[in-house]
Design a protein around this ligand. Sequence first.
Ligand code: PLP
Length: 370
Amino acid sequence: MSLRDLTPAYIRAISPYQPGKPISELAREMGLDEASIVKLASNENPLGMGPRAKAAAIASFEDGARYPDGNGFELKAALSRRFNVPMAGLVLGNGSNDVLELVAHAYLAPGTSAVYSQYAFAVYPLATQAVGAHGISVPAKDYGHDLVAMRAAIEPDTRVVFIANPNNPTGTHLPQAEIEAFVASVPADVLVVLDEAYNEYLPPAERGDALALVARYPNLLVSRTFSKAYGLASLRVGYGVGHPDVIDLMNRVRQPFNVNSAALAAASAAINDDAFLAETYVLNRKGMEQLVAGIKRLGLAHIPSVANFITVQVGDAARINQSLLKQGVIVRPLAGYGMPEHLRITIGREDENARCLAALEQALKSGGGV
Ligand SMILES: *Cc1c(COP(=O)(O)O)cnc(C)c1O
């Protein structure tokens, strides 16, 4: 018997999450100067942290020797005021990744199943598998979620449905009316997790108000993050909004101090920094136009996206990606998602987008293209 055999088969079957390559790693591998590297791989905010959030995080170090507020009172109060939801309906996570895992720990176990879409966020199958539940992957429709097929895929043992809206890595989006019709059609003992990590990048008229749906559907949990539009990816903080009974169960499996003090302070400041969010939104819209125009000029197809990234069909993506890395540009290959011809490019600042497009043109010229 080996040490590997001591763990359940479903743990051994997990293929680890592949994150975007860190700048420092590429610099080491290619002997490049870190400052010359453009990273458009992890949907981070090219503006960095917002000024108010940064000041709050730094100030939090005055109390750095103390444990954080394990209940996250201040951040929950700020979220509650901002979104008009009861504090008992809020759970905080070490990134919204943590929120998704809390769902898995609270609702899934061997003998149960979770439903998600093909090409949906990789954390759904991972969190499902890690607790020994069965994952049901439903074929996508035009790279997006096929809600009719997902409804039909729900089995008697299904406890959770994961929906990313907008979806990562495809950038597709479903209107709120379709989401609501789906939630209304699902059995009351199935929890629908609506992951809105990119909600802030939608045009205001399309953002919808999923938090208002939570009041009507006790089996709906909405998760959001401070990692993307709010620019706090390094601090790890996200939140879930749901019925207080759902939140109560998630809190039982939550680590007592899962969100650190700097993250709590920064997020409490970020949530009301409308100027920074607006600047982020505008930069992203302009960058999206720039990248789409550039991609079309190169004769490449892309999946229309409403988020802060765009997924492009480049042909032999592994080879194109190698060429981009050599040129100091990090994007995200999607072979792990079953999309070996696509690369996902995060929208950056104008200069970063231009560097990426120039490197892509060079990579295509040197072969390996479509
Ligand atoms: C980035 C992302 C998240 C959030 O990750 P954090 O753990 O909050 O940093 C959640 N869902 C999707 C679909 C994402 O792309």
